[in-house]
Write a protein that binds this ligand. Sequence first.
Ligand code: URA
Length: 441
Amino acid sequence: MRIYDIIRKKRDKEELTKEEIEFFVERYSKGEIPDYQAASLLMAIYLNKMNKQETAYLTEAMMYSGEIIDLSAINGVKVDKHSTGGVGDKTTIALAPLVAACGVPIAKMSGRGLGHTGGTLDKLESIPGFSIEMTAEKFIESVNNIKIAVCGQTASIAVADKKMYALRDVTATVDNISLIAASIMCKKLASGADAIVLDVKTGDGAFMKTLDQSFELAKEMVEIGTAMDRETIGIISDMDEPLGCAVGNALEVIEAIEALKGNGPIDFMNLCETLGAYMLVSSKIATDYEDGVRRINEVLTSGAALEKFKEFVVNQGGDPRVVDDYSLFKKANHIVEIKSDKTGFIDKIEAESIGVSAMVLGAGRETKEDELDLSAGIILKKKVGDFVKEGDTLAIMHFNREEKFEDAKRRLKNAYIITEEKAEPKKLIYGVVTKDGITKF
Ligand code: URA
């Protein structure tokens, strides 16, 4: 078999066999296929697409390119949640304790942020003392004892994906449904959970900009998960404006804590409730979605979820006093209100531009090597549908890097689209995809 022939076949729109896909993934992971040939094949896949069978073969080959985590020592049905990425997406930080407080074991491997989207690990590290490093034994023991642990994804999982993703990132081949589905699902499947709830973002700040593409991606991933015997559910949620109000690491953790106290922004609270209910259903703890919603609200109002969050923080070396004293988080030296130049209704807040603005302030990384400023970020004071008068505060910027302020401010102001007419309220959840089909809301 030759990689040249595989590239030619895909260039000519032919279907690749299981053996050809395995050959590519295995040889490329080992460094036996050079980047220029891998890039050619990825571009051919991007342009000529893969069918469902090819995508399933690709996912499986990528999954077996690294370590397969065995979570069988953890009691109960392990449910994982994955978001396809967004701006202000601090969901795991509130959702994991909510669901764990209902009795679902949460053994979560998370990632760091890159570009305009943040990462759970960076956010958690803004809690003084919090560590995401732990041995496999401590990870399993923690989940068995307190039902929750979050650690960094080991470098040995889905080795092929790391190389392929880095190459896709620089060859304009990221936003292809088969490649994204295989990339996400190979890691989820290798991470050992029994069930997977996927939060597939749609809109300006997401990989998938249209609803049709988002449903297609969710369907593809649900089919892959189901074929691999994991109960998989995809929720399509809005990312046309940032989720909640906080964007930036410590600021987002504070917002997640507020949510666990019942005071989070409405869109964020609703998303946690929906995803949480589906996680309870997939773990078989809830009988149906309504029962899941009821249980999530029970642990929220009783304070059990907040207690679970404290337990989780203590177990990973963090200072639980942050829950009652936000001054324990690092604070930025400059906190500046950004005023509106116009009067009208907020029609849109371009999520990607807000993400980039926060990144410029130091909340995100432009390249993997960049150092973060965990205190930097943005608090949105106006969301889509709100009325604003000229001179009202649109947002508050937190930063230390003074030289970046003007650039970040310009981006933030441009992200706010203000019109005379109030726009139709947007949905937060557009639908659910299960093995039984698609339900659109
Ligand atoms: N997230 C991933 O892990 N992979 C992709 O290809 C896109 C988003």
